[in-house]
Design a binder for this molecule. Structure first.
Ligand SMILES: *Cc1c(COP(=O)(O)O)cnc(C)c1O
Length: 352
């Protein structure tokens, strides 16, 4: 079976041998306050910062998932209110989840064919601005011009859900204060680890708020990571694997270029073969998650036929669940696999 599911998604083939090595090295049986663990964590953070081009003064923490980051941000960085600029299911869930914790989450919904209009937004002092970089549910993307424009207009903290873009495309780190992702998307790793990257400004704000009531309070996590430790017994295997994968992969600029070229090819290929793209506006199409729209019955047929050919397509998600399928365009997927899916889509094209 080859999989184009946008998370959990295909893991790098090297993950197999790395698992074996992790067991043989004894590291995953080591205490998480041991020298061996701390060295491994330090090395892993360094590899990640180097390969993903993270600014030196931004800090990296490993947590359990992107969803946990919603909780950490709500607890430790939102003192009163947040504004959630979103167009799809993940951005909406983030808003709803935050509202349960803070009772101060404002929704700014925008149409998925458009770039959000910043002229319509007013932020209160200390309000955290929450955006979804790649909305995995509907295959849209915020253009980098949006993030730079947002940054230039406000001193407020900007938090970005980059779950299906981090490690797949180069990110404009300086244009936001909190970036996070789960590793089962563009990192090509098994689920169970989240990556949170924060700016010095976000750290200062957390210190001003001083929230320290939870096992996953940002300040508590940070105190531990400054010593290359973790507040609780961590997913050592997950951290080991991300370290190995970060050593193995090319610099993000190179990966980003490949992903963007592949995305361009995908969009062109699908249009040429009579597939209707869910997102019509090219300027807001995601480079990492490609969504195809069709009638409910056709979607069901395509997914079934693909399965018979050994290919897993991503289901639709949220409101487009039954009328779309998604194709992950993540770095761990090979050119050969893409060729197999293209062959299938040519055979099953409706315009023949
Ligand atoms: C997958 C995904 C999440 C959730 O990730 P978990 O690992 O399940 O917490 C959140 N946001 C976006 C944009 C996603 O793609």
């Amino acid at each position: 079976m080859i999989t184009f599911y946008p998370g959990p998604s295909k893991v790098y083939p090297q993950v197999g041998p790395y698992l074996q090595e992790a067991v043989e090295s004894g590291l995953i049986s080591a205490n998480h306050r041991s020298e061996a663990f701390m060295q491994m964590l330090q090395h892993t953070v360094l590899s990640l910062k180097t390969k993903l081009d993270v600014p030196d003064d931004y800090e990296v923490y490993f947590v359990s998932s992107a969803t946990e980051c919603w909780e950490i941000i709500a607890q430790s960085l939102i003192s009163a209110s947040s504004t959630h600029i979103y167009n799809g299911a993940f951005g909406e869930k983030w808003m709803q989840y935050t509202h349960k914790i803070t009772a101060g989450a404002n929704a700014f919904y925008f149409d998925s064919e458009t770039v959000p209009d910043l002229n319509k937004l007013y932020f209160q002092e200390n309000e955290v601005i929450c955006v979804t970089h790649s909305e995995t549910s509907n295959g849209t993307f915020l253009p980098s011009s949006f993030l730079s424009e947002l940054r230039s207009r406000t001193e407020n903290l900007i938090a970005v859900d980059a779950t299906s873009s981090m490690a797949g495309v180069a990110l404009p780190w300086q244009n936001a204060d909190i970036w996070y992702a789960s590793v089962q998307k563009c990192f090509g790793l098994p689920a169970g680890l989240g990556v949170m990257i924060v700016s010095p400004r976000a750290v200062r704000r957390a210190e001003e708020i001083g929230e320290n009531k939870h096992y996953n309070s940002l300040l508590f996590i940070r105190d531990n990571f400054l010593k290359f430790q973790t507040p609780y017994t961590p997913n050592t295997l997950g951290i080991y694997l991300i370290g190995k994968v970060m050593e193995q992969v090319e610099q993000i600029e190179i990966i980003s270029e490949i992903i963007q070229q592949r995305a361009k090819n995908w969009y062109q290929f699908l249009a040429e073969n009579g597939y209707e793209l869910l997102v019509k506006n090219e300027a807001v199409r995601s480079g990492t998650v490609i969504a195809v729209h069709a009638e409910k019955t056709r979607i069901a047929e395509l997914k079934k036929a693909a399965k018979q050919d050994g290919i897993t397509l991503g289901n639709g998600y949220g409101k487009d669940k039954e009328t779309s399928f998604r194709i992950a365009n993540f770095p761990a997927i090979s050119d050969e696999e893409i060729a197999v899916l293209k062959g299938f889509l040519i055979r099953t094209a409706s315009n023949k």
